[in-house]
Design a protein around this ligand. Structure first.
Ligand code: FA5
Length: 352
C-alpha cells in the first residue's frame, strides 16, 4: 500500500503540474481526492492490514492527501491569476495613462496674412470674392482691355491649357492675376461694389528668390458714385497701418496697366527706416535708401472695363488695385526667398 500511495502521489503531482486550466485542475481533484477517487479506493484496503502497517499507511495517506490538497490549492491560485491577467490584457483600458501626443500643425503664414487682410478690409465694408483659377482668355485679358494683338499681353507670361476653348470666351488659361474677378463680380452684382479678391495666380516665369510660377495676389475693387483716387489713398493708408500696427504713409507714382486709366503704382513708407532711407547712420537696405517700398499696381477702372462688366461709366466710377500677397508675407517676416513658402519644409514653417 505504501508503494501504491507513493505512486499515486507522484502521478498526481506531475498531472497537476501540467494542468493549464482551472477546469482540468478540478477534474484532477475529483480523480485523486474525490469520494470515489483513487486515494479513497486505496484506503478501502486499509482495514485488511495488520495494525502496525495500518497505522503507518494511515499516516502516509494523510500526508499524501495533505500534500495533494496544498499543491492543488497553490496551482488553483496560480491559474486564476493567469486568467485574470489575460483578461486584463485583452479588455482593460487604463484611462489614467497619458495619451500619445499628436503633433498639431498651424495655419500657413500665407493663410495667416490672408485672413488678416480679409478681416481688415471686411471691417472697412469690403466683401470677399473668389473666382476660377482656370480662366478664359476673355476674362483674363479681353474684358480687361487687353486684346490678343495688344503688346500688354507680354507683361504677363501665360500658361495656356492645351486644346481648351469654350467657344465663347476663347482659350482657357491659368489666370495670371486676380483681375478677371473684377468683371465676373460686376456682371453678377452690378454697381455699387466694394470687394477684395484674394487668390492664387500663375505665370510662366523662371523662378528665382523673388519670382515663382504660382503665387498669391489680392485684388481690390471699389465702384460707387463720385469716387476718386484720394479715397484709394485713404483706404490703403488705413489698411497698411492696421496691418503693421503703426502709422504708414502711401504715395502714388505713374504706372501702366491697360485696365485702369490713369494707372499708378503705390508705395508705402519703409517701416525699417521710418521713411528716412537711413538706419543707424547707414543706408537702409530694405528700401534701398529711398524711404519707400514698392507695393502694388492700381488706378481708376478703365471705361471699357466698366462697360465689359455691364456698368454705365457715366454713372459710376471706381478704382482697382492688385498686390502680391506672397510678397507682402515676405516683407512682413523678412523672408528672402519666395520658394520657401511653397516647398513645405517644416523647419521653415514651424517658425511662424
Ligand atoms: C497685376 O497683376 C495687376 N493685375 C495688378 C493691378 C490690379 C493693377 C488692378 C491695377 C489695377 P503685376 O503684374 O504688377 O500686376 O502683379 C502684381 C503683383 O504681383 C506684383 O506687384 C508682385 O507683388 C506680384 N507678382 C508678380 N509676379 C510675381 C511672381 N512671379 N512671383 C511672385 N509675385 C509676383
Amino acid at each position: 500500500m505504501e508503494t501504491q500511495l507513493k505512486n499515486l502521489q507522484s502521478e498526481a503531482l506531475s498531472a497537476i503540474e501540467k494542468t493549464k486550466t482551472p477546469e482540468d485542475l478540478k477534474s484532477l481533484e475529483v480523480k485523486y481526492l474525490g469520494r470515489k477517487g483513487e486515494l479513497t479506493q486505496i484506503l478501502r484496503g486499509l482495514k485488511d492490514l495488520p495494525p502496525e502497517e495500518k497505522k503507518k499507511a494511515g499516516q502516509l495517506s494523510n500526508s499524501v492527501k495533505k500534500t495533494l490538497e496544498d499543491v492543488l490549492e497553490t496551482k488553483k491560485a496560480k491559474l486564476e491569476t493567469a486568467e485574470i491577467e489575460k483578461a486584463l490584457k485583452k479588455d482593460f483600458f487604463d484611462t489614467t495613462i497619458p495619451g500619445d501626443a499628436r503633433p498639431l500643425g498651424h495655419i500657413h503664414p500665407l493663410t495667416q496674412i490672408q485672413e488678416e487682410v480679409e478681416r481688415i478690409f471686411n471691417q472697412m465694408g469690403f466683401g470677399i470674392m473668389d473666382g476660377p483659377e482656370v480662366e478664359s482668355e476673355y476674362y483674363n485679358f479681353e474684358s480687361l482691355n487687353i486684346p490678343s494683338d495688344h503688346p500688354a499681353r507680354d507683361m504677363q507670361d501665360t500658361f495656356f491649357i492645351k486644346d481648351k476653348d469654350d467657344g465663347k470666351h476663347g482659350k482657357m488659361v491659368l489666370r495670371t492675376h486676380t483681375s478677371p474677378v473684377q468683371i465676373r463680380t460686376m456682371e453678377k452684382y452690378g454697381a455699387p461694389l466694394r470687394i477684395i479678391v484674394p487668390g492664387r495666380v500663375f505665370r510662366y516665369e523662371a523662378t528665382d528668390a523673388g519670382h515663382d510660377t504660382t503665387f498669391y495676389q489680392v485684388e481690390g475693387l471699389l465702384i460707387e458714385k463720385d469716387i476718386s483716387l484720394s479715397h484709394l489713398k485713404g483706404v490703403m493708408a488705413e489698411f497698411l497701418s492696421r496691418l503693421f500696427g503703426k502709422p504708414v504713409k502711401v504715395r502714388f507714382r505713374p504706372g501702366y496697366f491697360p485696365f485702369v486709366e490713369p494707372g499708378l503704382e503705390l508705395d508705402f513708407s519703409c517701416l525699417i527706416c521710418d521713411n528716412t532711407g537711413q538706419r543707424e547712420g547707414e543706408d537702409c537696405k530694405v528700401c534701398k535708401k529711398t524711404g519707400w517700398i514698392e507695393f502694388m499696381g492700381a488706378g481708376m477702372v478703365h471705361e471699357n472695363v466698366l462697360k465689359a462688366g455691364g456698368i454705365d461709366p457715366k454713372k459710376y466710377q471706381g478704382w482697382a488695385f492688385g498686390f502680391g500677397l506672397t510678397r507682402l508675407v515676405m516683407m512682413r517676416y523678412a523672408i528672402d526667398d519666395i520658394r520657401l513658402l511653397t516647398n513645405s519644409d517644416l523647419r521653415f514653417l514651424k517658425q511662424f
